[in-house]
Write a protein that binds this ligand. Structure first.
Ligand SMILES: *Cc1c(COP(=O)(O)O)cnc(C)c1O
Length: 391
C-alpha cells in the first residue's frame, strides 16, 4: 500500500477522535522514524514520551520475542518468573515504595491510585492542580483540569477540586482532614511543560502528612529518566505515597504501574484487579527496559543532553519566543503565536515535535537522541522560530 491508500483507509474507518497527520510512519530506529517511502524524520515526540529508549531497541526486541514464545498471558493470581523479576526491580527504584500494582496504561494507573487512596483513607475528596492532565477515563478526567478534555462528558466524579499549581498557600487551604489524596505532576506535561518548584513539592508532602492525606505523584510523562532522574520527584528528596507511571515503562509495550508506600492501607484481595495487568509479555519487556535504563544511564543522558539542548535553545534570538522551560529532556518553548504553525513547518523539515496547549512547542525526544541529532534539531528550530510571524 502506498501512503495515499493507507491514509484513505484510516480516514474512512477511524473513530474520528484523532487529528490525523498526513504522514504514514512504518518504522523506527533510535530517535529516527521512517515514512512509507523511507524518508527519515527526527522523532522529538517519542509517542508522547513512550519511546525513551528509542525505537527498536535490540534488548527490548529480544525480550519480547523470547517471552512471546514462552508465555504471553497469565492472570496475577498465579505467580510468574518475569513478573517477580519486574516487581523486585521496579520497587527498588524509589526508597519506601515497596509494593506495586500492575496495569496497562497511564490512565488506569491513575484510576487505581484514586481507588487505593479512597479505600485506604475512607475519605472521598481528591485535590488536583489547575492545568493538570491525568488521563481520559472518568476518574482521571475528573482530576484533569482543562475544559477541552472535560466538556460534553459531565457529570464527572464528585469530590474533585483544582488549585493553582506551584501555589503553597492555595494547597494548604484546599487540603482538609476529609481529603483522601493530592495528585500532582512534577512537571506538568500536557498543560504546557511547567516544572514544580522544590518548595512546592516539599510543602505538598508536609501538608499531606499533617492531614493524613495521601500524596500521589503522576510520573507517567516525567518517569523513567525523562527529566534527568529515574523519577522527577527524586530531584526534590520527597517520597510520595503513590506514584503512577506508564508510557516508557515497558520500552513501548503497553503497561502501567502504581508504586505504593506503607501509608496506603486496605489493599486486600478483590479490591482491584486487571485482566491484562502484570502479563508476562509486558513484564519481560519492562524488565529489559529497566535494565537498559540502568546500563545506558538514561537519566544521566537526559540530564546532560537536556542541559546541552536548553543552552542552545536559549541562544536562539527570536522575538516570537516568550519562554523556554523544562527539566532534562522535557522541554517547552512557549511562543507568542499558536504552536501549530511551527509544528507544521518543523514537520516539513523532517522533525516531529508536539504541542502542549495552544502556544507551547513540546520537545520529548528519545533519551538516546545523539548530539548530532540535537544540533540538527536546534539548527532547524533556529530557522523556523525566527521566521517572521505573518499568519
Ligand atoms: C499520558 C499521560 C497520562 C495518560 O496516560 P494514557 O496511557 O494515555 O492513559 C496521564 N498522566 C500524564 C501526566 C500523562 O502524561
Amino acid at each position: 500500500m502506498n501512503a495515499q491508500e493507507i491514509i484513505e483507509i484510516e480516514t474512512k474507518h477511524t473513530s474520528g477522535t484523532y487529528a490525523k497527520q498526513p504522514l504514514v510512519i512504518v518504522r523506527g530506529q533510535g530517535a529516527s522514524l521512517f515514512d512509507v517511502d523511507g524518508v527519515e524524520y527526527l522523532d522529538c515526540s517519542s509517542g508522547h514520551g513512550v519511546a525513551n529508549l528509542g525505537h527498536a531497541h535490540p534488548k527490548i526486541v529480544e525480550a519480547i520475542y523470547k517471552q512471546a514464545s514462552t508465555l504471553i498471558t497469565l492472570f496475577e493470581t498465579f505467580p510468574n518468573d518475569k513478573r517477580a523479576e519486574l516487581m523486585k526491580k521496579i520497587t527498588l527504584l524509589v526508597d519506601g515504595l515497596d509494593k506495586v500494582f500492575l496495569c496497562n496504561s497511564g490512565t488506569e494507573s491513575v484510576e487505581a491510585a484514586f481507588k487505593f487512596a479512597r479505600i485506604s483513607t475512607g475519605r472521598k475528596n481528591i485535590v488536583a492542580a489547575m492545568r493538570a492532565f491525568h488521563g481520559r477515563t472518568y476518574g482521571s478526567l475528573s482530576a484533569t483540569f482543562n475544559k477541552k478534555y472535560r466538556e460534553g462528558f459531565e457529570p464527572l466524579l464528585p469530590g474533585f477540586g483544582h488549585v493553582p499549581y506551584n501555589n503553597i498557600g492555595a494547597l494548604d487551604k484546599a487540603v482538609t482532614d476529609e481529603t483522601a489524596a493530592v495528585i500532582l505532576e512534577v512537571v506538568q506535561g500536557e498543560g504546557g511543560v511547567y516544572p514544580a518548584s522544590a518548595e512546592y513539592i516539599q510543602a505538598a508532602r508536609r501538608i499531606c502528612d499533617e492531614r493524613g492525606t495521601l500524596l500521589i505523584v503522576d510520573e507517567i510523562q516525567t518517569g523513567f529518566g525523562r527529566t534527568g532522574k529515574m523519577f522527577a520527584i527524586q530531584h526534590f528528596g520527597v517520597t510520595p505515597d503513590l506514584l503512577t507511571c506508564a508510557k516508557s515503562l515497558a520500552g513501548g509495550v503497553p503497561m502501567g504501574a502504581v508504586l505504593i508506600g506503607k501509608n496506603v492501607k486496605n489493599l486486600t484481595p478483590g479490591v482491584h484487579s486487571s485482566t491484562f495487568g502484570g502479563n508476562p509479555l509486558s513484564c519481560a519487556a519492562a524488565v529489559a527496559a529497566l535494565a537498559v535504563m540502568e546500563e545506558e544511564d538514561l537519566p544521566g543522558q537526559a540530564e546532560a543532553k537536556g542541559k546541552y539542548l536548553m543552552e542552545k535553545l536559549n541562544k536562539i534570538k527570536s522575538t516570537n519566543i516568550r519562554e523556554v522551560r523544562g527539566l532534562g529532556l522535557m522541554i517547552g518553548i512557549e511562543m507568542k503565536q499558536k504552536a501549530a504553525r511551527y509544528l507544521k513547518k518543523l514537520q516539513e523539515k523532517k522533525i516531529i515535535a508536539l504541542n502542549a496547549g495552544m502556544t507551547v512547542i513540546r520537545l520529548l525526544p528519545p533519551l538516546v537522541i545523539t548530539y548530532g541529532q540535537i544540533d540538527r534539531l536546534v539548527d532547524v528550530l533556529a530557522e523556523v522560530l525566527t521566521e517572521e510571524a505573518s499568519e
